[in-house]
Design a protein around this ligand. Structure first.
Ligand code: SF4
Ligand code: F3S
Length: 106
């Protein structure tokens, strides 16, 4: 499955949800996750993210491996999102900032 990682936090551009053929994105307050049980590895979402936050599960950046379990967990709790919406305020400023994992809202 594909996995959303730290740089989505506080950005949530949502461009990714537009291309998914199986609607497996789920939305939280300041982060999105992918349901690994639904993702068919089509790869379409990966290049759509302006924050480069989406990776194949076996290509996760060092230190972000834990996001695979987090996507699996939160996708069961959060509702599906299928339509693009405005990014979070100040998304451009937060894009690329380190230490955003501590700001994840559940
Ligand atoms: Fe959806 Fe394809 Fe991305 Fe999986 S890889 S989340 S199926 S767009
Ligand atoms: Fe997040 Fe990128 Fe989608 S910032 S909401 S994974 S387009």
């Amino acid at each position: 499955a594909f996995v959303i990682t730290e740089n989505c936090i506080k950005c949530k551009f949502t461009d990714c949800v537009d291309v998914c053929p199986v609607d497996c994105f789920h939305e939280g307050p300041n982060f999105l996750v992918i349901d690994p049980d639904e993702c068919i590895d089509c790869t379409l979402c990966e290049p759509e993210c302006p924050a480069n936050a989406i990776f194949a599960e076996d290509e996760l950046p060092e230190g972000q491996e834990h996001f695979a379990a987090l996507n699996a967990e939160l996708s069961k709790a959060w509702p599906v999102i299928t339509e693009v919406k405005d990014s979070l305020p100040d998304a451009d400023e937060w894009n690329g900032k380190a230490g955003k994992f501590a700001m994840l809202e559940k």
